[in-house]
Design a protein around this ligand. Structure first.
Ligand code: TMP
Length: 217
């Protein structure tokens, strides 16, 4: 089997949206895709965990239906991400090579931040090297909101809480995101956007950032 590496330079781009639960990533993913389509830019939206069998196993753990150790959860995210990149049906690496702009709601910084709460972050970063060596995002956009607002939004929108949706946990995850951005400064392109405003204000800021990175990539 031929190994896929970054030496086959992608022609599209990967935009990764990141943030704590309730930060508005899925709304912003939709709004960014809408803006791109209006600009005539071919784009594809996707998310992690994915809807693959790996992703559905992860969702069962997140909802508490399945229980396992944190050291087992982290590699499941790694496997889901590799499949997300490489699978033959809708793998995003192929789409990017064809010139599509892929917008993903979460990518490996989610693992650094969420799994980094329970496990050493350098372990998680190392575990994700198969992914980062295949494809680094053109830009990772972090929607930064307060854990208080995040929890308000989660409570308004959902009946069932997932594993990581507690205020103190969200605060820890936010800290871990910031730590990961520091650790990978100079390696990863990251833009932090204030996510506490209105959806349209945030969408304008996201578009400004993304279009700048796409122009220089
Ligand atoms: P979602 O709420 O954005 O769909 O994400 C589901 C949960 O999965 C969310 O609490 C964050 C968590 N997660 C991780 O812990 N590690 C990861 O690598 C990813 C992609 C998600």
């Amino acid at each position: 089997m031929q190994e896929k590496t970054t030496s086959q330079k992608p022609r599209g781009a990967l935009i990764a949206l990141e943030g704590i639960d309730g930060s508005g990533k899925s709304t912003q993913s939709r709004m960014l895709a809408g803006r791109m389509r209006r600009e005539g830019i071919p784009c594809y939206t996707t998310m992690e965990p994915t809807d693959s069998p790996f992703g559905s196993l992860i969702r069962q753990i997140l909802t508490g239906r399945l229980k396992t150790d944190n050291r087992a959860i982290a590699p499941l995210f790694v496997a889901d991400r590799l499949d997300h990149l490489l699978n033959d049906v809708n793998g995003i690496l192929h789409k990017i090579e064809e010139g599509t702009i892929v917008i993903t709601d979460r990518y490996y910084f989610s693992s650094y931040a969420y799994q980094g709460v329970d496990l050493p972050m350098d372990w998680v970063i190392k575990a994700n090297e198969p992914n980062s060596s295949i494809l680094r995002p053109t830009v990772t956009v972090f929607l930064d909101i307060t854990p208080e607002l995040a929890l308000e939004r989660i409570s308004a929108n959902r009946h069932q809480k997932e594993l990581f949706e507690e205020k103190s946990r969200l605060a820890q995850v936010r800290e871990k995101y910031i730590e990961a951005f520091q650790v990978l400064k100079g390696v990863e392109q990251v833009a932090v956007i204030d996510g506490n405003g209105s959806p349209q204000e945030i969408a304008d800021a996201v578009w400004k950032t993304v279009s700048r990175y796409m122009a220089t990539s």
